[in-house]
Design a protein around this ligand. Sequence first.
Ligand code: TXE
Length: 483
Amino acid sequence: MTIIQNYINGAFQPAATGNCLDNYQPATGQIYSQLPDSDSVDVAAAVDAAQAAFPEWQSLGREGRSRMLARIADLIEERLDIFALAESIDSGKPLTLARTVDIPRAVSNFRFFSTAAVQFGSESHNMEGLAINYTLRQPIGVVGCISPWNLPLYLFTWKIAPALAAGNCVVGKPSELTPMTAWLLAQAAHDAGLPAGVLNILHGLGPRVGQAIVEHPDIKAVSFTGGTQTGRILARTAAPMFKKLSLELGGKNPNIIFADCDFEEMMRTTIRSSFSNNGQICLCGSRIYVEKPLYERFRDELVRRTKQLVVGDPMHPDTQQGALVSRQHLDKVSGYLDLAREEGGRVLCGGERLQLAGDLKDGYFITPAVVEGLELHHRCNQEEIFGPVVTIQPFTDEAEALALANGTEYGLASTLWTRDLNRAHRMAEQIQAGIVWINCWMLRDLRTPFGGVKNSGVGREGGWEAMRFFTEPKNVTVRYGGY
Ligand code: TXE
């Protein structure tokens, strides 16, 4: 039984209480490891270490910090198979997905912000003949990074890399459901020679150690990805302490398909945007709206292809749909399918819990589902299910498509399929979302602003947005004339 540890001040150690939490393997439903049940005592030790490490991390300079992040990226890449296996076992996602998406993206995150550390500059504003203003963008100090279970290392490093690149020291906490690759990351950072205390990684429950991170007075900024409800709790805690907050929350993303689209390209991508990672991605297009003339052809083809998806052992190379992350989440997702029927929807395929053979008989498996016949106001179209479930509905014209797309409390991402360029730009401008993909999905340039509007969050990650979040601008005015 692997018992993982916190990483504080360059040392691996259990929670101060010595208590541990059980960690379940989603594919088998069995306890396979344990993690520290950390609390505010561990947070205080991590913050002390981070504060003590801050001057040395500063003294390394941009080039030194850049080299360190590049070294961490290299070590993750060298250990890709170890990271991918750990990620797949811990989250239930297919090993092939962890190997081709999750871990390579974590490498890219560190590589991208390794270069950002050197390139990041600021502005000056000249008052002709009178004075020059220059802006310093200085690191905040000690920052918190809290991440969810759906893309564990991918999202954890998406926060840690820019925080470190901007010159901060980090107290990070992964989800208690998927702690494994964060533990491997701590080992990689340690082996890369990251100075003690620059990166501290704590494990444990959100309401306990997560809350303690947000509450600690010397953590001046928190970057969070997770559920909208949890985002509210963090905001309530941080606001009166005037902390900087970046909140990347839930989504209920529309996938709008016009009859003039490239059908095959749209179908191939829509299967991915609907069911990749078992729909456990905040960017998945879970509400599909199809222009009436194309609706029946689309519906029949989507059902046909969805039924072909291979649900099974995450370790098997042919598996496309692994296990959901937890028993609780499996119950939540299958509960929404019951609700869909109660609301008058028709489940055209999927939605059945699967009992696989042998060691997998207690795993959290469910077949991907397509639901039609629901209206916009129904809960299955308003609430984030976050599983392999999509709803489909026809629309008549652009105005109706926009009203449907914008008709929820969320505004994270959207996908639009059409060959009409004018329509594409016209709709992109009106869709209430932080991200609009036209004739593509999940095509990511790390320089672009990433995040949502409405209840999908506050702030943006990525590129200079992230570097500016993790720094404080200071304007200095130097008078040189007008005497
Ligand atoms: O998120 P949580 P979970 C959505 C999705 C999912 C729901 C809950 O609908 O079903 O959120 O998922 C920590 N103070 N998304 O359980 O609970 C927690 O330990 C500080 C969308 O993963 O928000 C974990 O590390 N931290 C999302 C992290 O917050 C707290 C991706 C996320 O946990 C805390 C994942 C507290 N009081 C889920 N309570 C997206 N947009 O990508 C919890 N945590």
